[in-house]
Write a protein that binds this ligand. Structure first.
Ligand code: HEC
Length: 100
């Protein structure tokens, strides 16, 4: 009985732990899906797009950035159903490396 409870606790712990965001994978996703507008290294190609190289819009918490990326914003297309939540977390981790 004690073992069963311990096993259940371990399974719950594993399920609730989100995988750490991977900026290297995020770069690959960015280069395929975002670079056309947001540009290489976050220097925007499209005038309306924020410059991630300047850290624009990145002062928002991840939850709000996820919301914008999943649902889109004006010209910014929605990526819900295109990118998985973990991929979006990876791409945000990459965006946060661009401002220096
Ligand atoms: C078709 C061009 C285009 C593509 C492709 C694109 N974006 Fe954007 N993105 C924009 C524009 C334009 C804005 C500014 C939207 C606004 O605030 O009006 C924007 C805004 C954003 C913002 C700021 C949102 C906010 O809440 O302020 C983030 C973050 C972002 N884009 C990330 C991404 C990521 C990540 C990808 C690739 C998965 C991507 N974008 C692909 C054009 C694009």
């Amino acid at each position: 009985m004690k073992h069963a409870i311990l096993a259940a606790a371990l399974i719950l712990a594993a399920a609730s732990t989100t995988q750490a965001a991977d900026p290297a994978n995020g770069k690959m996703i960015y280069d395929m899906n975002c670079v056309v507008c947001h540009g290489v290294g976050g220097h925007p190609v499209l005038p309306a797009a924020p410059s991630f190289a300047k850290g624009e819009r990145l002062m928002q918490p991840d939850t709000m950035l996820i919301e914008s990326i999943e649902n889109g914003k004006n010209v910014m297309p929605a990526f819900l159903g295109i990118l998985r939540r973990q991929e979006i977390r990876d791409v945000i981790a990459y965006l946060r490396t661009l401002h220096r």
